[in-house]
Design a protein around this ligand. Structure first.
Ligand code: B12
Length: 430
């Protein structure tokens, strides 16, 4: 029987900033593939090594190996691709995820095909047809390649560059729930329990974000906001609870966007004993909604306040004011929801005085945690379009670095010192 392997090439780094969640993209695709009757296995590398992956993949003998990639996984993705070429030379190598979506041509140098964007339907349909045709990597041209949304192939005399798709709410409601059965939940829960006292896992409830922040890259879900049917969401939450988790990290770009939908979500999760946290925005949130969120078990929100300078917020096209950010933080805290605030310092075009405004704001608000990052030009963002590729030799694929990867007027050692001083002042204030 033909087999598909889905690889999530993240190997635990134990960095202070690491957050461990099973990859939902692989779980989503596994559910769709299994619904089509295709033998599928997810290889989540989080707790493993490259050698283990090699042995397990070779033992499984897949005909198609699909690898997820994003900016921080560039090196491991290529390493896995090389490994597959050596150990499983007959397998078709396919890439998907945020970075292959933005740079498909870079990935087809190492992979036979790339699926850009939401691949829920296109990739499983492609696998089904590939197996039905008893195809091999050199026979791709025999398949109806222009019918698979987001497919990109370049090589062997083929050039396919199909438009990406965004699945509508009705279609999303017909999808199977992500299949989490291949993950090592005991290992994930052990880490979370040790670090936070709760067992947290991620879930996606709404897709997309309508805002156009200059630094943000939304290669998969894009601007079109779609809400999942709450019946399906709550069936998934029950499954998650059945796996032993007691807390959710809602990974949506902006979960608090639609207050009516949010109120319905709160009504349904209330009293379930499941706590949750999510990302929110400085604008568009009423006191009544915050009250409902608290009653419904919301423990903390993550707010991208970004800056204490209006000029910088405007440079970022954040479409909020400093006052709105301050009010949102105060409102959440008033109702007993913890606030984690993210700030970006050293934005191209901002001055040292703007940055000092950010440090002052961070120290003046009732916040539970703060973090400062320099802007990283993520492929797919407007900032990247403006700044281009990072300077030669700068490693921009790491998580949460305070190192400029582009020429900046801001003195990096001054910035590091001021960040440290602000963090110390924040800790003393708490
Ligand atoms: C959850 C999340 C995390 C989590 C966990 C990631 C995990 N284990 O999956 C945490 C908090 C750890 C995290 C950290 C980081 N993240 Co993050 N994260 C997300 C987030 C919010 C949701 C991802 C998700 O679960 N999506 C839901 C699933 C269903 O979608 P999906 O994974 O995209 O899968 C679909 C497609 O991509 C495709 N697909 C997926 N896999 C495959 C495989 C194959 C073979 C194929 C064909 C298709 C395919 O089909 C799926 C179904 O449609 C996204 C934003 C977003 N909305 O995408 C950012 C995002 C992926 N993260 C991003 C970044 C930059 C980071 C960090 C580098 C941030 C930082 N500076 O610290 C770190 C790196 C951490 C690391 N471990 O490497 C960027 C990536 C940008 C880019 N161009 O590469 C994104 C897009 C956010 C953003 N706008 O900046 N992240």
């Amino acid at each position: 029987m033909p087999r598909v392997a889905l690889v999530f090439p993240y190997f635990r780094t134990r960095a202070a900033t690491e957050l461990l969640f099973p990859p939902l993209g692989a779980a989503t695709l596994a559910a769709q593939l299994r619904r089509l009757g295709i033998d599928t296995k997810v290889f989540d590398c989080t707790f493993g090594t490259v050698e283990q992956l090699d042995a397990e993949l070779t033992g499984y003998r897949p005909d198609i190996v699909g690898v997820y990639s994003m900016v921080s996984l560039t090196a491991t993705t290529l390493r896995v691709a090389e490994m597959v070429k050596t150990s499983l030379p007959q397998a078709l190598l396919v890439a998907g995820g945020p970075l292959p979506t933005v740079f498909p041509g870079r990935y087809t140098q190492h992979f036979d095909a790339v699926f850009r964007g939401e691949a829920d339907v296109s990739f499983p349909s492609f696998c089904r047809d590939y197996f039905a045709a008893a195809a091999s990597p050199s026979m791709l041209g025999d398949l109806p390649l222009n019918t698979y949304g987001g497919l990109f192939v370049s090589g062997q005399g083929l050039h396919v560059d199909n438009a990406t798709v965004h699945h509508g709410e009705r279609e999303l409601a017909t999808f199977p729930l992500p299949d989490r059965s291949d993950f090592d939940h005991a290992a994930y829960q052990r880490v979370w329990l040790e670090e936070t006292g709760t067992k947290v896992t991620s879930i996606i409830v709404t897709l997309g974000c309508p805002y156009g922040c200059d630094f943000c890259s939304k290669p998969i879900f894009g601007n079109a906001v779609r809400r999942r049917a709450l019946d399906a969401v709550f069936e998934e939450i029950e499954q998650i609870r059945g796996l032993g988790y007691d807390s959710l990290w809602i990974a949506d770009d902006t979960f608090t966007l639609d207050e009516t939908y949010l109120a319905e979500f709160c009504g349904r999760i209330s009293g379930s004993g499941m706590s949750w946290s999510c990302l929110s925005r400085a604008n568009g949130i009423s006191e009544e909604t915050v009250r409902l969120m608290k009653e419904a078990g919301c423990r903390r929100v993550h707010l991208g306040l970004e800056s204490g300078s209006q000029a910088t917020l405007d440079l970022m096209n954040k479409q909020v004011t400093v006052e709105q950010g301050a009010r949102a933080a105060e409102l959440y805290r008033l109702y007993g929801i913890e606030v984690v605030a993210f700030f970006i310092v050293g934005y191209p075009g901002e001055t040292a005085a703007d940055i000092e405004d950010t440090f002052a704001l961070a120290l003046s608000l009732p916040l539970d945690e703060i973090s400062f990052n320099v802007p990283v030009p993520l492929p797919g963002s407007k900032l990247f379009e403006r700044l281009g590729e990072p300077d030669e030799g700068k490693d921009w694929t790491q998580e949460n670095e305070i190192t400029f990867v582009f020429p900046s007027d801001i003195d990096e050692s001054w910035l590091r010192r001021r960040i440290e001083e602000t963090m110390v002042a924040f800790a003393e204030k708490k």
